[in-house]
Design a protein around this ligand. Structure first.
Ligand code: DC
Length: 227
């Protein structure tokens, strides 16, 4: 059967990874969370006190970073590993979210991540989500989805997710962080977040997870079995 590349880009917290995981499962494709790579690099920089405004230091540090995704059969998620350590849960913390957009804006960091992302798609059969997947990583992908949802809905969703792990988190903190990341991600010089011309917009403000999945799966099937 024909295997395709599916890219899912969009604003922070609009459900990209939920949809990407559902599609990958239904099609038996590989799911790659490209944001986790930028989060992992941020964690490394923070832990090792790397001054990421210094290009030389960044280049040197990147040489010591090995990122892998390893499938965990228990939760059926490909979890991210940094130099052999499972950091899947650590990278979701707010302290990482506060810095990751700055790190992801650095050209050397993007080149490092994008080179690896392109390799993962060589055999196709992949769903990758992020900000520049349809525009830069896989500009020839067969299906490109650009997701969006109302700001208030996105803040509520992210707050719920973070609150379950840390009840000290406030809605203001989450809102500020989301707005800041959206701004930096869409205004940076290197591969800013933007909709690819041939991407389909999916606004899920009023859609359930099931409804958006049904739509997206139909788009994928149309491309896998063109009439
Ligand atoms: O999807 P996420 O929230 O885990 O992404 C974390 C950050 O990484 C986000 O602020 C933007 C950046 N990112 C990026 O610049 N390019 C990608 N392909 C994925 C994420």
């Amino acid at each position: 059967m024909k295997r395709i590349i599916i890219t899912i880009d969009g604003w922070s917290s609009c459900g990209k990874s939920t949809l990407a995981k559902q599609l990958a499962k239904a099609l038996d494709y590989l799911y790659v969370d490209s944001g986790a790579m930028y989060r992992a690099i941020t964690l490394y920089f923070l832990r090792n006190h790397i001054d990421w405004t210094d290009k030389k230091e960044v280049k040197q540090a990147l040489k010591s970073i090995n990122l892998e995704f390893i499938f965990n059969p228990k939760n059926k998620i490909s979890e991210i590993y940094l130099n052999g350590e499972n950091i899947e849960y650590l990278v979701r913390e707010l302290i990482i979210a506060e810095k990751v957009s700055d790190v992801a804006a650095i050209r050397e960091v993007r080149e490092f991540a994008v080179t690896q992302q392109k390799k993962m798609g060589v055999k196709k059969g992949i769903v990758m989500d992020g900000r520049d997947i349809g525009t830069v990583v896989f500009p020839k992908a067969e299906l490109k989805i650009f997701m969006n949802a109302d700001n208030a809905v996105r803040v509520q969703r992210r707050f719920k997710e973070l609150y379950e792990k840390n009840p000290n988190v406030t809605i203001e903190e989450v809102k500020d962080n989301l707005e800041m990341r959206d701004y930096i991600d869409s205004h940076r010089k290197e591969s800013p977040l933007k909709k690819a011309e041939d991407a389909i917009t999916l606004d899920n403000t009023d859609l359930t997870e099931k409804q958006q999945f049904v739509k997206a799966l139909a788009w994928a099937r149309e491309r896998i079995h063109p009439k």
